[in-house]
Write a protein that binds this ligand. Structure first.
Ligand code: PLP
Length: 405
């Protein structure tokens, strides 16, 4: 059992009114709120030890660097990477995927090669591959999903061949909350010699991820979706693979020596970290992970699962409300529509009731097209949400319906 009152007290933003109504924040898929433990840490960092990392001999720089590099170790342990060299700091999931598309793509993708993505990917896990395919004359293929928003494994098997060089797949769909069968996909991909990138933006904060157990080749996530700062994220890559890939960007920090004749690149992980990174943000991820660990990821999973199941059950009772897909394995997000009411209108009225949900395509236009819709209303949950808030959401939806009736 989680002590929700205590947890909610850790998140100051939750304790406020919007249009005179208690805020109910159900947009955690877009970004999560920050606990005091992270906010205070960031403030303390800037108040006491702020200094650029890696390059200084003075003590503040040493302390900043220590926080940054310790964060790398915390993240390594959190996702069970084999080495901290496999943890690359990026601006976020989007940059992590672009890094792989650019660098891995340069080295490993050739004309006629095939890259597979699922039909429900976030644009971040589609567009970089389209750009790469255009550059290299490779072919992007799409694995369809069924009416329950689940990957059709039979179709995946048909698309998989020795031409497949990479599969880029989300761990959890941000549009529908579907947990993808990545274990199965990774095993099958490796049998034909294909690599797998898992976009963990919607998975890493909800349940245990073990990259060695999964055996994925790349794994990506964003700080702001795991209760840390924005403008920072992580790319995990297998060391052997990262070593073979060329740098993504050139600049300071990613070099050993520079001369006009020849530049020698730094070893991992710095080879991929050109320029001053958001080092405070990186350190904030470690604080967020400490916070998650203090609650326990298994407890979080259990609590959120129960909450989402409750929300599904209650939403289903509302006449004229249609949930898009009922995937067997799902977490954290529910996408739905109200008969005859545009999702934007519903979202705007819910906002007036203090309820923050997301409306639109959720950066997954092809997924919306698959279901022949222009968007959905998405309620996405965190462990600080409650069943009472779900009840308020349902009441809010009934009010929206009444207004339109
Ligand atoms: N992938 C998924 C599944 C997402 O949900 C998101 C953000 O919503 C992204 C990628 C992009 O993340 P960011 O904007 O933090 O780079």
């Amino acid at each position: 059992m989680l002590d929700i009152n205590k947890i909610r007290n850790d998140f100051p933003i939750l304790n406020q009114k919007v249009y005179g109504k208690q805020l109910i924040y159900l947009d955690n898929g877009a970004t999560t709120q920050k606990p005091n433990q992270v906010i205070d840490y960031v403030s303390e960092f800037y108040s006491t030890i702020n200094s650029n990392i890696h390059r200084g001999v003075h003590s503040l720089s040493g302390k900043s660097t220590e926080e940054y590099e310790n964060a790398r170790l915390t993240i390594k342990d959190y996702i069970n990477a084999n080495s901290e060299k496999e943890i690359i700091f990026t601006k976020g999931t989007t940059e992590a995927i672009n890094l792989v598309a650019s660098s891995f793509g340069e080295e490993y993708i050739n004309e006629g090669d095939e890259i597979l993505v699922s039909q429900t990917e976030h644009h971040s896990n589609i567009v970089p591959w389209q750009m790469l395919c255009k550059r290299k004359k490779a072919i992007l293929k799409v694995v369809p999903v069924n009416n329950n928003t689940e990957i059709v494994i039979e179709e995946f098997k048909k698309l998989l061949s020795n031409k497949t060089k990479l599969i880029a797949i989300s761990q959890v769909s941000n549009a529908f909350g579907t947990i993808m069968p990545i274990n199965n996909i990774i095993q099958k991909a490796h049998k034909v010699g294909a690599y797998v990138l898992v976009d963990g933006a919607q998975g890493v904060q909800h349940f245990k991820t073990d990259v060695q157990y999964l055996d994925c080749d790349f794994y990506t996530f964003s700080g702001h979706k795991i209760y840390a700062e924005t403008g920072i994220g992580v790319l995990y890559g297998k060391e052997e693979l990262l070593n073979k890939m060329p740098p993504y960007q050139g600049g300071g920090d990613m070099i050993k020596t520079v001369s006009f004749e020849k530049t020698e690149y730094a070893d991992l992980p710095l080879k991929f970290e050109a320029g001053t990174s958001n080092y405070v943000g990186a350190a904030s991820i470690a604080k967020a992970i400490d916070y998650i660990n203090s609650i326990g990821l298994d407890n979080i999973y259990e609590y959120e699962n129960d909450l989402v199941n409750y929300a599904r059950k209650e939403l289903t009772k509302i006449k004229g409300l249609k949930i898009i897909g009922s995937p067997t394995n799902n977490t954290s997000s529910i996408s739905f529509l109200l008969n005859g009411i545009h999702h934007y209108d519903a979202g705007m009225i819910l906002d007036k009731l203090g309820i923050a949900v997301r409306t639109g395509t959720h950066c997954a236009e092809p997924a919306m097209k698959r279901f022949d819709i222009t968007g959905t209303i998405r309620a996405s949950f965190s462990f600080y949400n409650t069943k009472q808030e779900v009840d308020e959401l349902c009441k809010g939806i009934l009010r929206v319906k009444k207004m339109f009736d």
